[in-house]
Design a protein around this ligand. Structure first.
Ligand SMILES: Cc1cc2nc3c(=O)[nH]c(=O)nc-3n(C[C@H](O)[C@H](O)[C@H](O)COP(=O)(O)OP(=O)(O)OC[C@H]3O[C@@H](n4cnc5c(N)ncnc54)[C@H](O)[C@@H]3O)c2cc1C
Length: 500
């Protein structure tokens, strides 16, 4: 059956569109975190929407499961096949055409395999802004962004991927093409099919193209890295910033001292740019460096303010927020980036936390959302409970605080690997995580749900949280989701074993 499927796909798409050699498919078979190891039957690379539909029709005929994949940067194992050797990966990365640019309507229509960074660049060339932004934007694709309803750092002002998409083109699980590429901001004509496919993690349809919403480019964007005493002051700073700036506050990222420590440890050249605020390291010029001492580590906030008029106006607004916060004793110190290079360096520090953690070794990765009003209580209570249940663990808590979204990640106790080589350390941390992950997840997620939060703010369920979703979703919610899946994909062709 599978051999016949492959030979028919090859006849339809040409032999260059199918890869089966282990060396060619290995990196498609493992997720970004190297947490899930699949064994794909093949990786198929259709070149356009019609070819995607052909593959899906053949998959239905031969009952072969397809796992959609974009940039493979997802953090929940959604793009990784199982280990049966019977599921084929369907890569959308050859769908890279820009179909339409409409500066007057402030929209761009691109195919699913275009990278997020490319869309940002195209928008810039149009004098506009595509505000979706996340650490993996060089590799992540628009199809993957929409399939996971990605969040990132601009959600506070512009919303997540769902809010930035006006229309989609989708290949259904039966191999039909739905052209829903409407460039409309209003369209109340029945059930919102677009929203059904966005965030469905490749289980309901293959997104092959999308109409994306662009925004006027702010003339001034200013960034500050701010030292705070703890989460409560992060919350107070957020209130001050929002009351003064409203929508001009475009990012508000919290970083606990533990979370930036992995950047200090593994990418010190990146951490150097925020050394004055994050502490914990020396810079060549600092008095601490001369004495060989390290400074105390601090929690901090990365705050961004955008202004339609000018850089000067953005700076004035940012400085007024920091001034008020200093007066109220909410902020201990701050660096305001003076140049674009400094701005990029501060953002790079924030975005390197995920890479630093990957370099450090395994962690329990959590991606939770709470009402913003509950964040401080959650962190206080959870930190205490966590350290009492799992003494010595590292609380790598950071994330999109302004959206109520925390990556409340837990690292193995540092002492376990004291004096060991990096390789031994990774092995020890992995062992700790494997042993304790279920209990840690349960502890955090039970509290999150009790406080009316979500166990996945932006990374999706994939395979990682699938079983947990069963525990926390109500029976009716689960039943409705299952009925939708069955109605659209009765043969279970698309991404089986994910989400549901
Ligand atoms: C360093 C780093 C930082 C990150 N930061 C963030 C962040 O701030 N916010 C955030 O939300 N995420 C973040 N992520 C996660 C990831 O980048 C996003 O989930 C991204 O949207 C995935 O895009 P992708 O093209 O890599 O999708 P993939 O990983 O290839 O796939 C993700 C899911 O979408 C499905 N899929 C992919 N393409 C399609 C398609 N065309 N049609 C239907 N289904 C499809 C797959 O089957 C899978 O279920 C980060 C990841 C890394 C590595």
């Amino acid at each position: 059956m599978t051999a016949q499927f492959l030979s028919e796909v090859q006849a339809a798409l040409g032999s260059a569109a199918i890869k089966t050699a282990p060396a060619d498919i290995e990196h498609h078979a493992i997720d970004w975190r190297k947490r899930f190891f699949g064994k794909p039957l093949a990786v198929i690379f259709p070149a356009n929407t019609e070819q995607v539909a052909q593959v899906v029709r053949l998959a239905n005929q031969h009952k072969v499961a397809l796992v959609p994949q974009g940039g493979n940067t997802g953090l929940s194992g959604g793009a990784t096949p199982d280990a049966s050797g019977t599921q084929a990966i369907l890569s959308l990365t050859r769908l890279t055409r820009v179909r339409h640019q409409d500066a007057a309507n402030k929209t761009i229509t691109v195919e699913a395999g275009v990278s997020l960074q490319r869309v940002q660049e195209l928008a810039e060339e149009m004098g506009l802004l595509f505000p979706l932004s996340l650490g993996a934007e060089g590799s992540a694709t628009i199809g993957g962004n929409l399939a996971t309803n990605a969040g990132g750092t601009g959600v506070l002002r512009y919303g997540n991927a769902r809010d930035l998409c006006l229309g989609v083109e989708v290949v259904t699980p039966s191999g039909e093409i739905w052209n829903g590429l409407r460039a409309l901001r209003k369209d109340n004509t029945g059930y919102d099919l677009r929203d059904l496919f966005i965030g469905s993690e490749g289980t309901l349809g293959l997104i092959t193209a999308a109409v994306l919403k662009l925004y006027p480019r702010p003339k001034g964007v200013m960034t500050a890295l701010v030292k705070i005493a703890g989460p409560e002051d992060a919350f107070r700073l957020l209130q001050i910033a929002q009351s003064r700036c409203d929508a001009a506050l475009t990012a508000f990222e919290y970083m606990s001292a533990e979370s930036t420590q992995v950047v200090i440890d593994h990418f010190p050249e990146v951490a150097r740019h925020g050394a004055q605020i994050i502490g914990g390291m020396t810079t060549d010029a600092s008095p601490a460096a001369a004495s060989g001492k390290t400074s105390a580590r601090s929690d901090c906030v990365l705050m961004e303010i955008s202004h339609a008029e000018s850089e000067r106006a953005a700076t004035a607004l940012l400085e007024s927020v920091i001034g008020s916060a200093l007066e109220e004793g909410v902020v201990l110190d701050a660096i305001v980036a003076q140049t674009l290079a400094q701005t990029k360096a501060l953002w790079h520090l924030r975005e390197t936390i995920t890479l630093g953690a990957a370099e450090d070794g395994a962690q329990v990765k959590l991606d939770i959302a709470l009402p913003i009003s509950a964040l401080v209580d959650f962190i206080d209570q959870m930190n205490t409970e966590m350290l009492s249940a799992f003494p010595g663990v590292r609380l790598h808590n950071f994330g999109h605080f302004g959206d109520g979204n925390l990556h409340y990640n837990i690292g193995a106790p540092r002492y376990l690997a004291a004096g060991k080589s990096p390789e031994e350390r990774r092995k020890i941390y992995l062992g700790y995580v494997e042993e304790n992950e279920q209990a840690i997840r349960r502890l955090v997620h039970d509290r999150v749900v009790a406080m009316n939060g979500s166990i996945s703010a932006e990374h999706g369920l994939g395979q990682l949280r699938k079983n947990e979703a069963r525990r926390y979703k109500t029976a009716i919610e689960f039943e409705l989701m299952s009925k939708i899946k069955l109605a659209l994909d009765p043969n279970g062709i698309l991404n089986p074993g994910k989400v549901l």
